[in-house]
Design a protein around this ligand. Structure first.
Ligand SMILES: [Fe+2]
Ligand SMILES: [Fe+2]
Length: 208
C-alpha cells in the first residue's frame, strides 16, 4: 500500500470515529500514531492477510464496513436488535478491535529465494511483544480505555472477545463462562466477531 492510500485510509478511519461524536478521539488517535504504536502503517500480519505497510489499518476499515453492512442486515431481519446494535458502537468496536497489534511488528530485512534461484534481501517484519504483552482482545480493550476516550461496556466486551473461542484457554472454566455470558448479554460481541471473519477471510481473500 502506498503513502497516499495509507493517508486516505487514515483520514477515513478518523472521520468514522469522529462521526460517533465520542469524546477523546483525538487522544486515541495521538496514542495510535506515536512512534511506538505505529498503528497507521503497521501490517495486519507477517505471513497472512494484508502483510504490508498499512495492512492493519485496511483490515480495521474492512471490519468496520463489514460490521455496518451486517448491522443493517441483522436489524432488517430482527428489528428487536436495533437498540442493542448502535451504529456508533459498531464503528468503535470494529475499528479498535485489533489495535493490540500496532506495536508488535518491527520492520526488518529477510533473505528470500527468488524464482531465479538467487537469494535477495526483502523488507519484512519481525514480531516483538515486549512493549505491552497483555494478550490480544484484552490488550485492544485496555489500550482503548487507557487512551481516555468515551467507550462503553458492550464495546469493550466485543473488542475483548472478538476472536470468540479461537483465543480461549479451554481449561479455564471462568473464561468459558465469561465469553458465553458476554455473547448472550451483548449481541455486539457476535457481530464484531463475524465482521472480523468476513474481513479477514473473504474481503481480504487472496491478499497475502
Ligand atoms: Fe484480532
Ligand atoms: Fe481482526
Amino acid at each position: 500500500m502506498n503513502k497516499q492510500e495509507i493517508e486516505a485510509n487514515k483520514a477515513e478511519f478518523i472521520s468514522l470515529l469522529k462521526s460517533t461524536g465520542r469524546e477523546g478521539i483525538d487522544d486515541l488517535v495521538d496514542m495510535l500514531d506515536d512512534g511506538k504504536m505505529r498503528f497507521f502503517t503497521a501490517p495486519a500480519s507477517v505471513n497472512h492477510h494484508l502483510n504490508s505497510d498499512g495492512g492493519l489499518l485496511q483490515h480495521s476499515l474492512n471490519t468496520c464496513k463489514a460490521g455496518l453492512k451486517l448491522r443493517e442486515m441483522v436489524i432488517a431481519m430482527n428489528p428487536d436488535l436495533e437498540s442493542r446494535l448502535s451504529r456508533e458502537s459498531v464503528i468503535v468496536a470494529t475499528l479498535l478491535h485489533d489495535i493490540c497489534k500496532a506495536d508488535i511488528y518491527v520492520p526488518t530485512l529477510k533473505k528470500r529465494k527468488g524464482d531465479d534461484g538467487l537469494w535477495r534481501e526483502v523488507e519484512s517484519y519481525d514480531i516483538d511483544y515486549r512493549n505491552f504483552p497483555m494478550g490480544h482482545g484484552e490488550k485492544s480493550a485496555m489500550l482503548a480505555l487507557m487512551s481516555g476516550m468515551e467507550i462503553y461496556d458492550d464495546e469493550l466486551l466485543a473488542i475483548r472477545w472478538h476472536m470468540a473461542a479461537w483465543d480461549l484457554p479451554m481449561q479455564s472454566y471462568e473464561l468459558n463462562r465469561c465469553i458465553n455470558t458476554a455473547r448472550d448479554e451483548h449481541p455486539l460481541c457476535s457481530l464484531v466477531n463475524l465482521a472480523d471473519g468476513i474481513a479477514a477471510n473473504l474481503l481480504e481473500w487472496g491478499n497475502e
